[in-house]
Design a protein around this ligand. Sequence first.
Ligand code: THG
Length: 376
Amino acid sequence: MNKPILSKSRRLKKTIFTDRLEEQGLSAYTVYAQTLLPSGFKDSLEDDYFHLTGNGVQIFDVAGQVVIRFTGKDSKKLVQLMTPRDLSNAIFGKCYYCPFVNEQGKMLNDPVVLKLKEGEWLVSIADSAVDLFAQGLAIGMNLDVKIERTSYQIMTVQGKNGLELCRRVFGDKILNQKFYNYDYFDYNGSSFLVGHLGWTKQKQGREIWVSPDQHKEGLDLYDHFFDIGKDLNIKPGYPNLIERIEGGLLSMGNDMDSFDTPLECGLEKFINLDSEAEFLGKDILRKQKEEGIQKKLMGVKIKNLKKIEVDVGINIYVNDQNIGELRSAVYSPNPKHLSVIGIAMIKKGYFDVGQEFDITVDEKNYKGEVCALPFI
Ligand code: THG
């Protein structure tokens, strides 16, 4: 079939790494927060999955995780207003994964939030325009805050050998960094913000946040990783759909959108509905928690299907009755699965593990089963 290409333009932001990735054999892009996000190189998605979860290291250009900076007297108030996660005791050096919601308590985004200084917050967004929403709130509420879409450029080092690669550059201090903490590390006289997190379930990954005035040094560091990482089996990578779905890492716009609440998305452990904090949708979310949810994001497995591309939600049925929608899916070559695995929003009464369902993919009928997230 004809494979259309993505036409580039100034509207689709390139990153400081884009040219390099193309030299390295980039074969596919997607777009994330208006930024080019790599989605394939020379090898197959499955080969890249085994490399990422096996004995290698991959560097991803994830500058699509656009960083919005909030500064000023009301910066904390505004960031808190958008999330049911209680940030009142947020400290420097920690990263906070925060569901952001609108006034209906529905998902707006699911960024990572950092308190950088008193009165300065960085919000590293998923794929929706948080800055515009925040600007509207700030104007409407007359808040003293400056909201800027920055040119931070994030790269992430992932895979089993990633920590050793980072140790070679940043020294032993990196080995002691705790999950979801950030700190500053030197490379070549430049101080980089490095966080222990990043877009996979590999738990050893590190993100390097190249600041707006470090673009040259950031690209130097990218090249340096490849120079010194050959014996560690290094290659350029990208958020891997198989690894993401297995790990149950949700994707804004794919698995969840502005029709879903964090409770329906299984994000309850990242929110505090009993806090004193003032945030949008508080009463609605409290009520929903009390009354119980009517739908829930779950894992699904589909048997006897080898290939699937979900570019629109696919309905799921039990006895010809619609019980939900498949939102992301991929064939997993992991010997534990060897089937299509996916993430689906399932209606109440059917979101129990083991529930069987029918689904039609490319005009053929298949049987599936609801399972828990994450898969592994
Ligand atoms: N890094 C940065 N910004 C981001 C992401 C990132 N912005 C958006 C995007 N990712 C949002 N998606 C997720 C989803 C899950 C996680 C991170 C970002 C994640 N969750 C951990 C888990 O589920 O195991 C737990 C996090 C925690 O314990 O606080 O890592 O990756 N800069």
